[in-house]
Write a protein that binds this ligand. Sequence first.
Ligand SMILES: [Zn+2]
Length: 192
Amino acid sequence: MTPDDDDDSLRRTLDAFDGARYPLDTISSKALRFMLARPDGCDATVSPSRFEVRFGWHPARHRYVLRAAPPVVSELFRLADAAPAPSVRARIGPGTIPITGAVSWSFGPRWLWMDASGTTVSIRVRDGTGRVGIPADSEPLPEPIKSPRRFVDLAWPLPCPHCATPALRYRQLQDGSLVCPACSRSFVQAPE
Ligand SMILES: [Zn+2]
């Protein structure tokens, strides 16, 4: 994929907020299914360089090809029955997405926030079960999905290889590396 294709994908994603519609294909349907099918919700961002999603059930960043973004936003507009606008607050689902030549999939009620700025699109999906109506315009966005913070407690102080400050407790990143509480730099703990 060339950078031109990526530029085009962001432009088309923004065009979807202006009423352009792009049909779901296999790749975009898969991305949207992950965004909607589970009640845990997700935060998605479309920027000039990436289409990135954090899922409530797996908050690490997942990247999708940018060309999946225009059909995803188009379908969310269709599901929300929303008029073209840079900002959408809606309740969608329960619903079923039929895919020509593929297995259809279903999702439960969801609350949806979508916002387009000049170069970025933000999408938030949360479980709509038990919620009435749609998210109010006056309400702040839902809390972003964050990676749970994990800490490692050590039997004896371990000096940071960057700044040499010893610590008994380190925050651990998803890749297993440790973050120094003194200098905030991360490192891989040497095997004992
Ligand atoms: Zn340090």
